[in-house]
Design a protein around this ligand. Structure first.
Ligand code: TYD
Length: 208
């Protein structure tokens, strides 16, 4: 059986990932492809419990890294890997790049620790394609504030949003074969069209 494809969405707060995850999943299903939508932290019952813990508490950066990693290891083993093996496509809201940016670049957990844990919990199931939605810090701030209830990750200032943005931009630029950078301030339908064009050319061509 042909392995499914693994697509992740990354970006700062309020960058429109969830909207694009839903739009892409709709198009994949419309094209007749079995598709699973999932998210991190979360994706499994244990992962959702960890999500609740991490978003409510304010753990130390290394504690947070280990909790996210625990959720991810379960998610890869119990959801992502089996789905891909069955030919199902997986569309995931946040994955390894969020850890690299939030715990690594922003919270300062050493890079070698992040890499070692990532290798153990993820390899070889790295995303085939990652869409990075980029919005200016001012937009991120406005969008998260208009959401109302703020998670502790949302309740940040413009400088924090700008550092987040730079972190994701650095990754997108460093890994152009996996990452596609998109202007998240555009009309969501236009962004979705661009995403579909990339998926069709990079992943769908030659799969049927
Ligand atoms: P969530 O409400 O899902 O935020 P969003 O809608 O912006 O995706 O909360 C998840 C938060 O967890 C988000 O602020 C980023 C953070 N996070 C990390 O710090 N490290 C990680 O590895 C992941 C997956 C998420």
């Amino acid at each position: 059986m042909t392995r499914g494809k693994f697509i992740t969405f990354e970006g700062g707060e309020g960058s429109g990932k969830s909207t694009q995850v839903a739009l892409l999943a709709g198009r994949l299903r419309g094209a007749g492809l079995s598709t699973v939508v999932t998210r991190e932290p979360g994706g499994t019952p244990l992962g959702e419990s960890i999500r609740a813990l991490v978003l409510e508490a304010e753990p130390e950066p290394v504690t947070e890294l280990l909790l996210f990693a625990a959720a991810r290891a379960e998610h890869v083993a119990k959801v992502i890997r089996p789905a891909l093996a069955h030919g199902t496509w997986v569309v995931c809201d946040r994955f390894i790049d969020s850890t690299r940016v939030y715990q690594g670049m922003l919270a300062g957990v050493p890079q070698n620790l992040i890499e070692a844990i990532e290798a153990e919990s993820v390899a070889p199931h790295y995303p085939d394609l990652t869409f990075v939605l980029d919005i200016p810090a001012g937009d991120a701030l406005a969008r998260t504030q208009s959401r109302g209830a703020l998670s502790r990750f949302d309740a940040a200032n413009a400088d924090y949003h700008d550092r987040l943005r730079q972190g994701f931009l650095d990754i997108a630029r460093a890994e152009p074969s996996r990452c596609v950078l998109l202007d998240g301030t555009r009309d969501p339908e236009l962004i979705a069209d661009d995403i579909w064009t990339v998926v069709a050319s990079r992943l769908l061509a030659g799969t049927s």
